[in-house]
Ligand binder design. Structure first.
Ligand SMILES: Nc1ncnc2c1ncn2[C@@H]1O[C@H](COP(=O)(O)OP(=O)(O)OP(=O)(O)O)[C@@H](O)[C@H]1O
Length: 823
């Protein structure tokens, strides 16, 4: 049984006969060396099968020695390790002999044997495709920023939060012109004592004036209340006015629809509706409701028929109701809010918004007759556009919806008017000042173990981190990492989880809502996801459990909603693995760590992601994983996240070895002892690889995740491609982070179109663009990995966004839940 992991890839005829490979190419010496190596392996394999004890002198070699020996055998090419040609750099990881020897801390049963075997195997019966078990710590590229920022790391002075409620006694909600009723409600029921800067700037303007406005402020600064408070205040005034004039007692649900708030996603719409609901606790006669995609239209129609005063909607669903629901009368709408304007445009809602604005204008004009007018209701409609950035597409949205708009910012000195041509308009979006940012330089091969190590370390002490969000570039990769984190890996009991004394069910009992067991997660069909949270054996500690969640656009809407609700309510340590679907607008409580495992596709997305922490003046940490080389240049972007370059410039830096030393060193070991952490990291990696290889479904999931990851990598915006150059991506090494032991260029990915371009057969796994000379039709139902090119000016990203839009329109028409949860 000890050899399970190894024998998986060998199909050996009953006769015991094993075909020997033919070696071609190179000179006679190379061929001889390769032949001997294969024969050596063959003897050992045969010995094991026949019960003969094979010579195991390889056992005494260190991983580094074996790597060096192998690198002299060109007959056996290893795609991930072309960098052997590079001059050895001082200080590079080189496990010593003890690294491969004695540690019992994490020694999965077949681990010892793995070390004795050649690190490359041929599935001869299946046509000679290779399995490669490369060493984690050799031939990794070296960091270019290793010696940078040493002094900066000392400068960790506390920084004044930039999005916190104001402290001055003069800054109260009543001083902004809000009624005493509303201010008391905010204090007593919502625990909000003072306004934030953006609320101070927006509330008086919108509560008194009827001009359009563009609200621009950083993440977590309270923009939602900045536009909701004035609307509620105005409707309360309208109500008081009606009472005074004895027209009616108060405004009630069928007095008319006065305000519409548009948000790009269903989750965000629901969140806004919740805030609104708690605000209306002091004006219970006002009724708010939602119309968002993914819900039954019939019940929405019934709700609209009953009457609503404020409506929160997604653009698609609202357009639909405007066209088909007679009960929806928008002639009294006097406030239209477009929240997350840049996202509305990115998701292609321009057409819908144009229709909505046109419709509102038309119906308002039709009812201009004085006899229909509600006394006290403004004659003109006020449109408010909220966005963190002032990009071209937001300007376009402004052109569609705004007239003579006032630009409202938390600090008027931040205004960007007049800077149109200096290229800084997009830069007027910054991270909260109190956010502590850092980056981890992690070589591709070490990414998986470093992520596990990083999270283990973050959750090591009970209460040190309550909630974390890990951003991953694509849904397939989220699923893959979720499965790994929620699986009990072979050998985990001993050291990696340190949960051996703790019954898994006992951990589960500590959590609210009875999380599902970790057994059998999505193994039967990795694409049919039904479980979105489970206890993570690898992250849990003796003292506390850590629950892992997943969230992405391919999940069914009810599952997404319940997952977010569960994550929000969970008061224990938990980590959410998510795509960018969780990056915008969501206000998840107690998130104190954001990890960008895959860097965002654009700086704005990065700022929205890290903005899920450090909200409303609270502390927060964010760490981005960068690979050594050009990706390290992204530190410049991190530096540009600060509004004030003088303050809080410090951006912490960690290396993979530091992360692994701190998180995977066994108890009692000093962090200086390299061998233990390398041994344990290797053990962990091998355990994951074996777990993946033990099932066809998992292997497919890993391949799919790898492929999707590489494709996603090609979609970074053109301006940032210098940092994320797909030609620099070492696919062989990267495959290791997806627990794969095969050559990326020959990888079979089920479901891909046949006839796709294939990679050059050369051992180097560097990216060759689609449409290169070696384009050949792939045979069979599985296409080989086709990698995207990153050269066209109008890049993959634009194409992908367009494809997403088309797909979403199609799905909407077909009534299917779509990727971005559009209405
Ligand atoms: N005056 C206030 N005092 C304290 N907390 C506040 C105040 N106003 C809002 N908050 C809290 O701040 C958090 C962030 O608010 P909100 O979601 O409106 O931010 P945002 O600016 O819209 O962020 P994002 O750009 O990420 O969507 C919420 O938890 C909210 O309850």
């Amino acid at each position: 049984m000890a050899d399970d992991g190894m024998l998986l890839h060998f199909s050996i005829p009953d006769s015991g006969f094993i075909n020997k490979p033919k070696f071609k190419g190179g000179n006679w010496r190379d061929r001889l060396t390769a032949k001997k190596a294969a024969e050596n392996w063959h003897n050992k394999a045969t010995g094991r099968l026949t019960g003969t004890k094979a010579t195991q002198n390889a056992n005494h070699a260190t991983l580094g020695e074996r790597d060096r020996r192998r690198s002299k055998s060109p007959g056996i090419e290893r795609p991930g390790e072309r960098q052997a040609k590079r001059a050895r750099v001082r200080g590079e990881f080189r496990p010593t002999s003890s690294a491969a020897s004695t540690s019992k801390e994490f020694r999965p049963s077949s681990d010892v044997n793995t070390r004795k075997k050649p690190e490359e195997k041929h599935d001869f019966a299946k046509g000679g495709s290779k399995q490669i078990i490369s060493s984690l710590f050799s031939y990794n590229p070296t960091s270019t920023t290793k010696n940078l920022n040493k002094d900066e790391s000392k400068n960790d002075a506390p920084v004044e939060p930039s999005n916190a409620p104001l402290k001055s006694e003069l800054d109260t909600f009543t001083s902004l012109g809000l009624s005493a009723t509303l201010a008391t409600h905010l204090l007593n029921k919502m625990d909000l004592k003072a306004p934030t800067s953006i609320q101070k700037a927006a509330v008086p303007q919108l509560a008194k004036e009827d001009s359009d406005a563009f609200i621009q402020a950083e993440t977590g600064s309270g923009k939602t209340l900045a536009y909701l408070l004035p609307i509620v205040q105005r409707l309360m005034e309208l109500s008081a006015n009606m009472k005074k004039r004895k027209i009616d007692e108060v405004v009630h649900r069928d007095s008319g629809l006065f305000a519409i708030i548009l948000a790009p996603t269903r989750e965000l719409s629901k969140q806004i509706a919740l805030v609104l609901e708690s605000l209306l606790g002091c004006a219970h006669w006002l009724v708010a409701g939602t119309v968002i995609g993914g819900e039954r239209k019939k019940s929405e129609k019934a709700r609209l028929r009953k009457g609503l005063n404020i409506l929160v909607a997604t653009p698609g669903r609202l357009t639909d109701h405007l066209e088909h629901t007679k009960a929806l009368d928008v002639s009294n709408v006097r406030w239209l809010v477009l929240d997350e304007g840049d996202r509305l445009m990115e998701l292609g809602f321009e057409e819908e918004i144009q229709k909505i604005v046109g419709n509102l204008n038309l119906r308002m004009r039709a009812k201009k007759d004085a006899q229909y007018r509600i006394p006290g209701l403004p004659e003109k409609r006020t449109t408010v556009l909220c966005s963190a950035t002032m990009k071209m597409d937001v300007e376009r949205l402004g052109q569609i919806s705004l007239k003579n708009a006032v630009h409202i910012q938390a600090n008027p000195a931040d205004r960007t008017e007049g800077k149109e041509n200096d290229g800084k308009r997009d830069q007027a979006f910054f991270a909260p000042a109190q956010l502590k940012q850092s980056y981890a330089v992690v070589a591709p091969k070490l990414r998986l173990v470093s992520l596990i190590g990083f999270l283990k370390q973050a959750f090591a002490r009970k209460g040190s981190v309550m909630k974390a969000i890990v951003f991953i570039s694509c849904a397939d990769s989220v699923d893959f990492h979720f499965d790994i984190l929620t699986t009990k890996l072979e050998g985990e009991d001993d050291a990696i989880t340190e949960t051996k004394d703790q019954d898994e069910n006992e951990i589960a009992r500590q959590l609210p809502g009875k999380p599902k067991s970790t057994k059998g997660i999505s193994e039967s069909d990795p694409r049919k996801v039904t479980i979105t949270h489970a206890v993570s054996p690898v992250l849990s500690q003796n003292t506390h459990a850590v629950t892992t969640y997943r969230l992405h656009g391919s999940l069914q809407q009810p599952l997404r909603t319940s997952t977010l609700a569960h994550f929000t309510k969970n008061t224990e340590a938990s980590v959410l693995l998510a795509t960018d679907v969780a990056s915008r607008g969501l206000d998840l409580p107690n998130v104190d760590l954001v990890v960008e495992f895959d860097p965002a596709f654009a700086r704005d997305d990065h700022l929205h992601r890290v903005g899920r922490t450090a909200r409303a003046g609270r502390d927060g940490r964010a760490c981005i994983f960068l690979m050594p080389g050009c990706e390290e240049g992204y530190v410049d972007i991190l530096k540009s996240d600060r509004k004030d370059n003088e303050v809080g410039m410090h951006i912490g830096r960690q290396d993979a070895d530091e992360i692994l030393k701190k998180s995977l060193a066994s108890p009692g070991q000093t962090v200086k002892d390299n061998t233990t952490y390398m041994d344990r990291a290797t053990g962990l990696q091998l355990a994951v690889e074996r777990w993946v290889l033990a099932s066809a479904a998992r292997l497919e999931s890993a391949r799919r995740a790898f492929q999707s990851h590489v494709r996603a990598y090609a979609t970074h915006v053109a301006a940032e491609r210098g940092y994320f150059d797909i030609k620099q991506l070492h696919l062989g090494h990267l495959a290791k982070a997806f627990a794969l032991r095969e050559k990326p260029s020959g990888m079979k990915v089920p479901g891909l179109r046949t006839g796709a371009g294939r990679q050059s057969g050369k051992s180097t796994a560097r990216v060759r663009g689609v449409g290169t000379k070696d384009r050949k039709g792939a045979a069979g139902g599985n296409a080989e990995l086709k990698l995207p090119q990153q050269t066209d000016a109008d890049d993959e990203a634009a194409k992908m966004r367009k494809a997403v839009r088309i797909r979403e329109k199609f799905m909407k028409a077909a009534g299917i839940v779509d990727e971005f949860n559009l209405g």
